[in-house]
Write a new protein. Structure first.
Length: 343
């Protein structure tokens, strides 16, 4: 992408024989709040330098200057232009955007990073909720295009967060009448009966992440009213039995902890004018038995029309960089262990 804000200031000193010539380029940071764009203590500059170690970056007034080997500077310039476009369209950029945009520019195939990452789903208290990786964009687009979508991937890939954003968006657009959030109440080390309080008190810890997700997507003053009116319902999976869910956006979270029978029960609750999103991580099954409804349904329904399986991976994790490395290390360990068992 050639930005009209980019200005080449010419070549540097004459290169030594066999070395790549130096290049200096500038990009005018117009159309954005400079302090917000650069971040606290110019965090954006530090992130750019981490991704482009051969290039020096310097921001002054509304101008960002890059200097280094010509090819590295041209790549960095394209990354900066893409990030600038994302900031203009969505209002802000994250630290993860620098890493993801750099990766997409190096891959150089498909839509530009700005096209993939800039379109927000919601704006919550001035913060744009949007996909931050190519995989997340494909997941969000699949929710638009299909009635049932399975979002499968490790922790931190935005499976539930983005599904919640799409549910709130659908409610705001009056495409649906209610949002239903559910998850299995699987015991992990403690028996429900041993926990203090009423049945609701005992179930609440399992549903708390869903309540937190709702609160992060909407005005805190509005959420209690929507919960009281039934416009938003948060309930254990067992409460779905015997119902037909019409004109609803239904999210089943932690689906790896469903049994095959529970998964079938849930999917057959689908009513007219509804969407379902099922999220889970098949590497974190807490069931005392090997059979997971999420594993089984993958084999049964893959290829069925209007049902989509979105596979998210370590590249889609939007948390600390170490989380991606942890996920990859565990995946490699599991693969080696399975290989050893087979031998």
């Amino acid at each position: 992408m050639n930005s009209t804000d980019a200005r080449s200031t010419g070549e540097g000193e004459a290169p030594q024989a066999g070395s790549e010539p130096e290049l200096q380029r500038t990009v005018l940071l117009a159309g954005v709040d400079l302090a917000s764009f650069l971040g606290h203590r110019d965090q954006l500059i530090a992130d750019l330098e981490a991704q482009h170690p051969l290039v020096s970056f310097h921001a002054r007034d509304q101008v960002l200057t890059m200097r280094g080997p010509a090819s590295a500077v041209r790549t960095a310039e394209q990354v900066v232009e893409e990030i600038l476009q994302i900031a203009k369209l969505s209002g802000a950029v994250s630290r993860h955007d620098v890493k993801e945009v750099t990766r997409m520019v190096h891959e150089g195939n498909g839509p530009t990073a700005a096209q993939v990452l800039s379109e927000p789903i919601l704006t919550v208290r001035g913060h744009a909720v949007r996909p931050q990786t190519r995989g997340q964009r494909a997941y969000v687009d699949a929710i638009d295009d299909h009635t049932i979508v399975f979002g499968i991937g490790p922790a931190g890939t935005g499976k539930t967060y983005l599904a919640m954003a799409k549910a709130v968006q659908a409610l705001q657009r009056r495409e649906i009448a209610k949002i239903i959030l559910t998850r299995p109440a699987v015991e992990a080390g403690e028996r429900l009966g041993y926990l203090p309080g009423t049945l609701e008190d005992k179930i609440d810890p399992y549903l708390r992440p869903l309540f937190d997700a709702v609160g992060s997507m909407m005005d805190p003053e509005v959420v209690p009213k929507l919960l009281a009116s039934g416009t938003i319902e948060v309930a254990p999976l067992a409460y779905m039995r015997g119902r037909t869910l019409n004109e609803s956006f239904v999210i089943l979270d932690e689906a790896q902890n469903t049994t095959p029978e529970q998964m079938k029960m849930f999917l057959t609750r689908l009513g007219y004018g509804s969407k379902m999103v099922v999220t889970g991580d098949i590497t974190q099954i807490d069931l005392p038995i090997a059979a997971s409804g999420l594993r089984v349904v993958n084999r049964i329904l893959r290829g069925v029309d209007d049902i989509h399986f979105a596979e998210l991976g370590s590249d889609d994790i939007v948390r600390h960089n170490l989380v991606s490395r942890i996920v990859d290390a565990y995946s490699a360990y599991d693969q080696n262990r399975q290989k050893g068992d087979a031998e």
